[in-house]
Design a protein around this ligand. Structure first.
Ligand code: SF4
Length: 281
C-alpha cells in the first residue's frame, strides 16, 4: 500500500484517455464500454476535443491515449492526434488493428506516437470467438507491419475464458517480434458485466490518481473503466475545474475505499484497455 503523501503526489493529472467513440468494427464479448458497429461518435465536436487538448496541456498533462471503440474510425482522429503532437503531448493510439489506412501508418511512425492493441489467441477461430468477427488475420498482419516499421507497440492478451490459448498467443507474438506483452483479465464492466451493476471494487484502484478519461459525450471520469462515475462535462466546466473539483475527489475516495487505492507499481490492470494502465485499453 502506498502512503497518503505518495497518493497526493500522484493526484495531479498527467495522463488522459480521450475516449473518442463507441463505434467499432468488432463486438467483443468482454468490451468494457459495449462498443460495436452500431456505436456512435457521441456529442463531442471536433472543436470540443481540440479544446480538451489545449486545456490538458495547460493542466500539465504529458500524454494522452486515443481510445474507443475504435478511435481510427472517428472522423477527426487523425487531426486530433496530429494536434496532440503539435502541443508536445505523447500520443498513444489504442486500436484493434483491423483496418489501418495509409494515413494512419504515416502517423504511427511520427515521434511521440505509440500503439496499443489486444490479442486473444494464436488460433483464428478462438480469436473470432472473442471479437465476434474473423479479425485475427488482419490484426496479426498489422502487428507484423508495426514491428517491421519499428513502431512502439504494446500488446495486451486479454484472458476472457478458461482454457484460452494465452501461452500460445504470447509465443506467437514473441515470434512476431513483439517485445512488450501483457496478460490482462477481463473486468466486469460494459458488455462484460452482463446484467451486473458496475462495482467500484472491481476497478484497479489507480483510477483518478494522475489519470482521467473523457468520453464521447464529454463526461470526465476517473478512468475509462469507470465511465459511470461521471464527475463533470467538459462542455459545461473547464477541465481544470473538473479534475480538481470536489466531485472528482469524492469519486477517488470511493474507489480508494473499495479497492485500497493505487498499486505500488502505479499500473492499472483493468484487462481491457490501457496505457500506463493496461485495462483494455
Ligand atoms: S473490446 Fe475493443 S475491439 Fe472489441 S468491441 Fe470493444 S472497442 Fe472494439
Amino acid at each position: 500500500m502506498i502512503t497518503a503523501t505518495e497518493i497526493s503526489e500522484r493526484a495531479a493529472t498527467r495522463f488522459l484517455w480521450l475516449d473518442l467513440t463507441r463505434k467499432c468494427q468488432l463486438q467483443c464479448g468482454h468490451c468494457y464500454n459495449s462498443s460495436g458497429p452500431e456505436g456512435t461518435h457521441g456529442t463531442m465536436t471536433r472543436d470540443d476535443w481540440i479544446s480538451v487538448l489545449d486545456q490538458a496541456t495547460c493542466c500539465g498533462v504529458g500524454g494522452v491515449q486515443f481510445i474507443g471503440g475504435e478511435p481510427t474510425l472517428h472522423p477527426h482522429a487523425v487531426e486530433l492526434v496530429e494536434y496532440a503532437l503539435s502541443l508536445g503531448l505523447r500520443a498513444e493510439v489504442f486500436t484493434n488493428l483491423v483496418s489501418v489506412p495509409g494515413v494512419w501508418w504515416e502517423l504511427f511512425q511520427r515521434d511521440g506516437v505509440s500503439l496499443r492493441t489486444s490479442y486473444y489467441s494464436d488460433q483464428p477461430d478462438e480469436h473470432k470467438t472473442v471479437t465476434g468477427r474473423p479479425s485475427h488475420q488482419r490484426t496479426r498482419e498489422n502487428i507484423i507491419k508495426s514491428v517491421k516499421l519499428g513502431i512502439p507497440l504494446r500488446v495486451g492478451i486479454i484472458a476472457t475464458r478458461d482454457a484460452q490459448r494465452i501461452d500460445a498467443a504470447r509465443r506467437d507474438l514473441e515470434v512476431l517480434g513483439v517485445r512488450d506483452i501483457r496478460v490482462d483479465s477481463t473486468r466486469p464492466f460494459g458488455r462484460a458485466a452482463a446484467d451486473q451493476e458496475p462495482d467500484p471494487a472491481r476497478l484497479c484502484g489507480g483510477c483518478g490518481f494522475g489519470r482521467a478519461a473523457i468520453g464521447p459525450d464529454g463526461t470526465v471520469s476517473p478512468c475509462v473503466m469507470s465511465g459511470w462515475m461521471g464527475v463533470g462535462k467538459v462542455q459545461e466546466e473547464s477541465l481544470a475545474d473538473i479534475l480538481g473539483g470536489v466531485t472528482m475527489s469524492h469519486a477517488k475516495a470511493i474507489i480508494q475505499a473499495m479497492t485500497g487505492g493505487p498499486d505500488e507499481d502505479d499500473e492499472c490492470t483493468p484487462g481491457f484497455p490501457g496505457s500506463g494502465c493496461s485495462p483494455r485499453n
